[in-house]
Design a protein around this ligand. Structure first.
Ligand code: NDP
Ligand code: MG
Length: 386
């Protein structure tokens, strides 16, 4: 029995993780879970799983949460410290990091520091602090297992050859809801348009990131840290069907791909049960049907976020923390209707160029830069012309 904690259990990845746990209840058990504000859903989850502890990370809600809604055997705690404590508890083997944004860094850090196995969904942790997290993981023996579908595919495909035989890693991108749109159409793209993802059902932030291709940009950086490859070995190809989740090309020209229907339960399950595989609850390919697989190069002019990702992956240092913070603020402004779609990558470019590059930042430096970039982006997005 593997003992699991799910940080961010009320989100898209969080609820899918609980479905995986439910389908494999003879192998996986929920020890703890966290939500930020949706405590009613968290309370419902305790009724099904009766975990030892749950945390509402927004401590200001402690006065309004109805404790009677939670399972009587589950302890209810509040605040960020309680999240970090859960992530490093002795009775936890695997931590699913399913909090969205840089807010996920603290809990992931605590889990890595405690040497836990990490089922890593919160890619922002690696964007902000890739080198520090990898160094810490090496020191504590913590294992980072990818949940992101592309990285799970690469992790699986890499087993077909030796590290020295890897020529390229090819990340597939669905292209998002705006594949084929003109520049003019993009200028008036609304949050509703951008939230209508053609193949994946995900939380709002990553859905907007998929529409700008910032998600793929962040995944380039994520791949660099997870697989220790040179940025020149990473490529992106648009594959609208989202069936091939990524590929590894070996030196002899052989490309090994991983295919499955677009559903996150499979990569979540693989991270939780690795190195073993079980039937589980994720949908399977129907090989009696007719399938088409299309591949095309991305439009880098129309979606400039992608080049930002490659640039930040190459430069490293403080760039990831700044890009991530600028993007989080710009996305939230766009979702509120305060920023145009095209201004999201523009804001990121401006703030990245304006920051004082630090090639070797500490965790404290990164936290300070994150705050600086958020303020600057707020300022820029209030009057983009300055
Ligand atoms: P959601 O928005 O659906 O869920 C986010 C979760 O984080 C919720 O449980 C939410 O709590 C919690 N949360 C939000 N803000 C905070 C905060 N400040 N402090 C602590 N917890 C917080 O996101 P997704 O599930 O879509 O994404 C989660 C992570 O997984 C992201 O890093 C994303 O990039 C990554 N990922 C997601 C994929 C997907 O298919 N969705 C695919 C690949 C990667 P509450 O509900 O109470 O607000
Ligand atoms: Mg992905």
């Amino acid at each position: 029995m593997k003992r699991v904690a799910v940080l961010g259990s009320t989100g898209s990845i969080g609820t899918s993780s609980l479905e995986v746990l439910s389908a494999l209840s003879d192998r996986l058990t929920l020890v703890g879970a966290t939500a930020h504000s949706r405590w009613e859903l968290l309370a419902e989850q305790t009724q099904q799983f009766a975990p030892r502890v749950v945390v509402v990370s927004d401590a200001s809600l402690s006065g309004e949460v109805d404790r009677t809604k939670f399972h009587p055997d589950t302890q209810l705690r509040f605040g960020r410290e309680a999240v970090a404590e859960l992530a490093s508890s002795d009775d936890v083997d695997i931590v699913v990091t399913a909090i969205v944004g840089a807010a996920g860094l603290e809990g992931t850090w605590a889990a890595v520091e405690a040497g836990k196995t990490i089922a890593l969904a919160n890619k922002e942790t690696l964007i902000v602090a890739g080198p520090l997290i990898c160094e810490l993981a090496k020191k504590t023996g913590s294992q980072l297992l990818p949940v992101d579908s592309e990285h799970s595919a690469i992790f699986q495909a890499l087993k077909s050859g030796k590290a020295a035989e890897v020529k390229r890693i090819i990340l597939t991108a669905s292209g998002g809801p705006f594949r084929g749109w003109t520049r003019q159409q993009l200028e008036s793209a609304s949050p509703e348009d951008a939230l209508r993802h053609p193949t994946w059902d995900m939380g709002p932030k990553i859905t907007i990131d998929s529409a700008t291709l910032m998600n793929k940009a962040l995944e380039v950086i994520e791949a660099k840290w997870l697989f220790d490859v040179d940025v020149s070995q990473i490529e992106v190809v648009v594959h609208p069907q989202s069936l091939v989740h990524s590929l590894v090309e070996f030196t002899d020209g052989s490309c090994i791909a991983q295919l499955s229907p677009p559903d996150m339960k499979l990569p979540i399950q693989y991270a939780l049960t690795w190195p073993d595989r079980f039937e589980g609850s994720s949908p399977k390919m129907d090989w009696t049907a007719t399938w088409s697989l299309d591949f095309a190069p991305p439009d880098r002019d129309l979606f400039p976020a992608l080049d930002l990702g490659f640039e930040v992956a190459r430069r490293g240092g403080s760039c990831g923390a700044v890009l991530n913070a600028a993007n989080e603020v710009a996305v939230s402004r766009f979702l509120k209707g305060d920023l145009k779609f095209n201004e999201i990558p523009q804001a990121c470019r401006e703030i990245l160029d304006a920051h004082n590059f630090d090639p070797d930042p500490t965790l404290t430096d990164l936290t300070r830069l994150d705050q600086w970039a958020r303020q600057e982006t707020l300022r820029w997005t209030s009057s983009p012309s300055i």
